[in-house]
Design a protein around this ligand. Structure first.
Ligand SMILES: NC(=O)c1ccc[n+]([C@@H]2O[C@H](COP(=O)([O-])OP(=O)(O)OC[C@H]3O[C@@H](n4cnc5c(N)ncnc54)[C@H](O)[C@@H]3O)[C@@H](O)[C@H]2O)c1
Length: 418
C-alpha cells in the first residue's frame, strides 16, 4: 500500500520550519527525546495515530519514531491539517501520513483505514475515531492490538460508553484526564486559541461585545476568561448546577441559551454536546451574530437547521459563511468545526508540550505494561503526571519548595490539632 496520501510534497521545506519552530517551544518533549532515543523503549511498536496534524503533533511523531516506534498518522479533523507539516513529516522524517486539508468525509475515513492494519499494536486517538473503526468495520485488525491512548474529553466519553457496554476490546489511557493535560491544554490552550481563531476569521473587536460561552467546563472556563480579558461582556450557559454557580462566582452572567440568544454578538460552544445552539435559538439571534464551536465534533451548532432556515448563504471571508435567515444575517465560522484548529493553528506549542508528553508517557506505559492491563479506560499514573509537571517547571526555570520531614509527618498524622 502507498505509504502516504498528502496534498503536495513540495511544501516540505515550509513545513520543516514550522515543525522546528514549534519544537523550540516543546522542551519537555526534547528532554524525553534525549532520554529515550538511545535505548528506544518503543522498539517493535507499530502505532496508528489519529490526531490534528499540526506542527506540534509532528514533534510528537518524531519523538515516537526516535524512541523506536513505527508510526502511521492520519488526521482527526479534515480542517486542522497543515499540508506543509504533512509534507515535511513524509519527506524529511520518513513518517507515513494520510492527511489532506479539507478532505471530504469519504477521504477522511479512507485515511483512517490506511493508518491501521492487522499488524497495528496501538492506537493513539483524538476523538476515538480509530477505536470506533476497530470496533466496527475493522474488527479483524484487533488481533495484534495491545492498547491505546486518547487525547480529548469527547474521545474519553465515547470510550467510557463503549467500556460501559462491556465492548471495549483493549486498555486505553485517557490522557485527557491527566492533570497536566486538561488543566492546561483544555483551559489555557483552548482559551487562547479559540479567541485567536475568532479574531483571525473575523478580525472583530472583542471589547464591548456580548460573548456567549456554552459550557463552563475546562475549555469553556478558558474561553470565558480570555474573552473577559479582551473586554467582552461574557455570558455563560450551562446544564450543570455546580459549574453554573462557579461561572456566576467567577463574575460571569449565567442564563439559559434562549435568553442569551437574544443578546449575544458572538457565540462559542464548548460542551461536547449536540445541538446546543439549535433552530429555536438561531431564530432569536440579532442580525450579524457570529457562531463558532470549539468542542470536538461539528455537532454543537445545528448547522443543518441553519442551512434549512436560510434562503441563501455566501462565503464572506475565508472560514466565514453568512446565512440569510429572514431579514437577518447569521455568520458561521469554519462550518461549525473546531474554530481554534480550523481558523487558527490550534494550541500553542508550549501547552501541547505537556499534552504530548502525556501521550508519549501513556504509549510507553501501555507498551511496557499491557500484559497486566484489562480492557478498561485508565488514567495516566499520577507519578508520570507529576513528572511531566516537574519537567515543565524545570524548563521554565521555576523551583518549588519541598516538604520537610516534620511537615511530611504532620501531614500524615491525625493526632495534632489546635
Ligand atoms: N478546541 C480544542 O482544541 C479542544 C481542546 C480540548 C477539548 N476540546 C473539546 O471541547 C469539548 C469540551 O471539553 P471540556 O474538557 O471543557 O469538557 P467538560 O466536560 O469539562 O465541560 C463541558 C461542559 O459543558 C456542559 N454542557 C453539556 N451540555 C451542555 C448544554 N446543552 N448547554 C450548556 N452546557 C452544557 C457540561 O455540563 C460541562 O460543564 C469536548 O468536546 C472536548 O473534546 C476541544
Amino acid at each position: 500500500m502507498k505509504k502516504y496520501n498528502i496534498k503536495n510534497i513540495n511544501l516540505a521545506s515550509q513545513g520543516k520550519k514550522k515543525i522546528e519552530w514549534a519544537g523550540n517551544e516543546m522542551p519537555v518533549l526534547k528532554s524525553l527525546e534525549k532520554k529515550f532515543s538511545k535505548n528506544k523503549p518503543l522498539k517493535g511498536l507499530r502505532l496508528a495515530a489519529c490526531l490534528h496534524v499540526t506542527s506540534e503533533t509532528a514533534n510528537l511523531m518524531i519523538l515516537l519514531k526516535k524512541s523506536g516506534a513505527e508510526v502511521k498518522l492520519c488526521a482527526s479533523n479534515p480542517l486542522s491539517t497543515q499540508d506543509e507539516v504533512v509534507a515535511s513529516l513524509v519527506k524529511d522524517y520518513g513518517i507515513s501520513v494520510y492527511a489532506v486539508h479539507g478532505a471530504s468525509r469519504q477521504l477522511y475515513y479512507q485515511h483512517l483505514e490506511s493508518t491501521v492494519s492487522d499488524q497495528t499494536n496501538m492506537t493513539m486517538d483524538d476523538g476515538a475515531d480509530l477505536v470506533n473503526l476497530l470496533h466496527t468495520k475493522k474488527k479483524n485488525y484487533l488481533k495484534n492490538i495491545v492498547g491505546g491512548t486518547e487525547e480529548t474529553t469527547t474521545g474519553v466519553i465515547r470510550l467510557k460508553a463503549l467500556a460501559g457496554q462491556g465492548k471495549l476490546a483493549y486498555p486505553i489511557i485517557a490522557v485527557n484526564d491527566a492533570m497536566t493535560k486538561h488543566f492546561f491544554d483544555n483551559r489555557y490552550g483552548t482559551g487562547q486559541s479559540t479567541i485567536d481563531g475568532l479574531i483571525r476569521a473575523t478580525n472583530i473587536l472583542l471589547a464591548g461585545k456580548v460573548l456567549v460561552v456554552a459550557g463552563y467546563g475546562w475549555c469553556g472556563r478558558g474561553v470565558a476568561m480570555r474573552a473577559k480579558g479582551h473586554g467582552s461582556q461574557v455570558i455563560v450557559t450551562e446544564v450543570d448546577p455546580v459549574r453554573a454557580l462557579e461561572a456566576r462566582m467567577d463574575g460571569f452572567e449565567v442564563m439559559q441559551m434562549v435568553d442569551a440568544a437574544r443578546i449575544g454578538d458572538i457565540f462559542v460552544t464548548a460542551t461536547g454536546d449536540i445541538n446546543v445552539i439549535d433552530a429555536k435559538h438561531i431564530k432569536l439571534m440579532k442580525s450579524g451574530a457570529i457562531l463558532a464551536n470549539t468542542g470536538h465534533f461539528d455537532v454543537e451548532i445545528n448547522v443543518k437547521a441553519l442551512q434549512n432556515m436560510a434562503k441563501s448563504n455566501k462565503e464572506v471571508r475565508p472560514q466565514v459563511v453568512e446565512y440569510s435567515v429572514g431579514n437577518k444575517k447569521i455568520n458561521l465560522i469554519a462550518g461549525g468545526r473546531l474554530v481554534n484548529l480550523s481558523a487558527a493553528e490550534g494550541h500553542p506549542a508550549q501547552v501541547m508540550d505537556m499534552s504530548f508528553a502525556g501521550q508519549f508517557q501513556a504509549a510507553k506505559y501501555v507498551w511496557q505494561n499491557y500484559k497486566k492491563m484489562k480492557p478498561e479506560v485508565y488514567v495516566l499514573p499520577i507519578k508520570l503526571d507529576n513528572e511531566i509537571a516537574k519537567a515543565k517547571l524545570s524548563t521554565m526555570g521555576i523551583q518549588i519548595d519541598k516538604l520537610t520531614q516534620e511537615q511530611k509527618k504532620y501531614l500524615s498524622s491525625w493526632e495534632l490539632g489546635t
